[in-house]
Design a protein around this ligand. Structure first.
Ligand SMILES: Nc1nc2c(c(=O)[nH]1)N[C@H]1C(S)=C(S)[C@@H](COP(=O)(O)O)O[C@H]1N2
Ligand SMILES: [Mo]
Length: 370
């Protein structure tokens, strides 16, 4: 009765099997754990729980740029690795009988959860780098909880497979095999190619070979990509009487000429977008702390920043005190020596060190203490 792939000996390549699964699994496991850790950092920075709000660091300036760059690099590398890992073990799908015991059935079920969660996680992450959301659920929460599910299932898998891991961990466990060596070399080449041709979106010295990342951070009028344009945000026509409102004990309103007349500071800071690209620029503007001081807002205050934009997920940001009080946090009026363009947030935008791009609010209209 056992036909096709169910026949004994249906899969002939000797490269299938536990030694290949362990070798590729080590790379994949490492990539997924780096991806999980850096993803958690990103989530906590964007949505800090109360106990963490007062402890988030505003240094190093490039901290988030590095962790988010690693997140996207490790996630992209995991895609070919997951493919090869599944290839190494998929003959087991046709095992006969399908379940030998209740424990065996549960083990197979846990692998189904692991594979589904990892594939969906990698797929949603990849589409997020393209800003393409062809599904009805919210991306960020889904990606976050799938990350926990995948990592939990991975740890269960490692525990269940501990005996096989131990048995196949060392090279001496399996006779050398030309097919496996070729497969592993091809896998390494595939991972290397994917990494080299996309990492330039966050690693500046790899820009020249950045062929496949959705954005080239060094292109565009200011050498800085734009995630949401002024047209998309409906902020192309800034009212002639635009002014910034700073709300506090000594609240005030100030127009663009007034802001330009205040002491200007220039800082080199990155925009590090959660979608994977990052780029540094020289931003010039007024220190946020100076604006808060003028309104009598004490150090240690969390502030809320609201954009002119009428709707959109990044219209309002809350900024913990560590960033609001940092001397490098600016209400920027210019970038790379030129007045901000509408796409980069004219007339004024926030730029703070070590923060996700989504929180670098453009087209600022109002600042208040919470
Ligand atoms: N008001 C507002 N600010 C915003 C956004 C937005 O949609 N609305 N997008 C954010 C995102 S996701 C990023 S990555 C940065 C990009 O800044 P840039 O377009 O100047 O490069 O702006 C941030 N500021
Ligand atoms: Mo972003």
């Amino acid at each position: 009765m056992r036909r096709g792939p169910f026949r004994a000996g249906a899969f002939r390549s000797p490269a299938h099997g536990p030694r290949t699964a362990v070798v590729v699994g080590r790379w994949l496991g490492a990539a997924l754990l780096v991806c999980f850790a850096t993803g958690l950092i990103s989530h906590l920075l964007q949505d800090p729980p109360g106990w963490l709000t007062g402890r988030l660091p505003s240094r190093p300036v490039d901290g988030y740029r590095i962790t988010q760059g690693l997140h996207v690099i490790s996630g992209l590398a995991a895609i070919p690795l997951a493919g090869v890992k599944l290839w190494a073990v998929y003959p087991r799908l046709f095992e006969w009988p399908p379940a030998r015991s209740v424990v065996h059935a549960l083990e197979r079920l846990s692998i189904a959860v692991l594979v589904a969660a990892v594939l969906l996680e990698l797929f949603t992450g990849l589409l997020n780098t393209l800003q393409w959301y062809p599904w009805p659920f919210p991306f960020r929460q889904t990606h976050y909880w799938l990350g926990w599910t995948a990592t939990g299932a991975l740890l269960v898998h490692l525990a269940v497979k501990a005996p096989q891991l131990a048995a196949h961990w060392w090279r001496s466990a399996a006779p050398p095999l030309a097919e496996r060596r070729a497969l592993l070399a091809a896998t390494a080449a595939a991972v290397g190619a994917v990494t080299l041709t996309t990492a330039g979106q966050s690693v500046s010295w790899l820009r020249a070979v950045d062929l496949f990342a959705p954005r080239r951070p060094d292109r565009g009028e200011t050498g800085l990509p734009v995630n949401r344009t002024a047209v998309q945000a409906g902020t192309t026509a800034v009212p002639a009487d635009w002014h910034l409102t700073v709300d506090g004990p000594g609240g005030y309103r100030i127009d663009l000429a007034g802001l330009r007349a205040l002491p200007q500071v220039t800082a080199r800071l990155p925009i590090a977008c959660v979608e994977g690209w990052s780029a540094s620029a020289h931003w010039t503007g007024v220190r946020l702390r100076d604006l808060l001081d003028r309104a009598g807002i004490p150090r240690g205050s969390t502030v809320r920043i609201t954009s002119l934009e009428e709707s959109g997920p990044y219209r309002v940001t809350e900024m913990p005190a560590a960033y609001a009080d940092d001397p490098l946090t600016l209400l920027a009026l210019a970038v790379n020596g030129r007045e901000l363009t509408p796409d980069h947030g004219y007339p004024a935008r926030i730029i703070a060190p070590d923060r996700p791009g989504v929180l670098q609010t453009k087209w600022v209209a109002r600042i208040e203490a919470l």
